[in-house]
Write a protein of this length. Structure first.
Length: 114
């Protein structure tokens, strides 16, 4: 069944600026039939800003989630001192270590690779 659904109009300063339409309508209009990529990684603004300032992505994400180094280290099964060295860039993290940290913060490992 394909019922027509009216688009949602978003206004800026009282004038139409955007129209939100159902995904199937968009596909018909553009001829694009692929689904959005679910595997895309995302980064909140505060994580990006901290990384641009020079913080590692591990530190930026840890702070985003409001975790102390001790809390994250315990969740990841590692020592706090090892996490501290990793966050400062004193050591290059192994992918297995990044995987543990990603799991501890419910992230994709790609979200921790600088």
């Amino acid at each position: 069944m394909s019922a027509h659904i009216e688009p949602q109009i978003i206004k800026i300063k009282g004038k139409p600026a955007f129209a939100v339409i159902p995904w199937q309508e968009y596909q018909k209009l553009t001829g694009k039939t692929e689904e959005p990529d679910e595997a895309d990684v995302w980064f909140p603004h505060d994580v990006v800003a901290a990384n641009v300032r020079g913080d590692s992505l591990v530190k930026a994400w840890r702070e985003h989630f409001g975790l102390s180094q001790t809390e994250l280290a315990e969740r990841a099964g590692m020592k706090q001192s090892a996490l501290a060295r990793l966050e400062t860039g004193a050591v290059a993290p192994r992918r297995t270590t990044l995987a543990k940290l990603a799991k501890a913060m419910d992230l994709d490992v790609d979200q921790l690779i600088d």
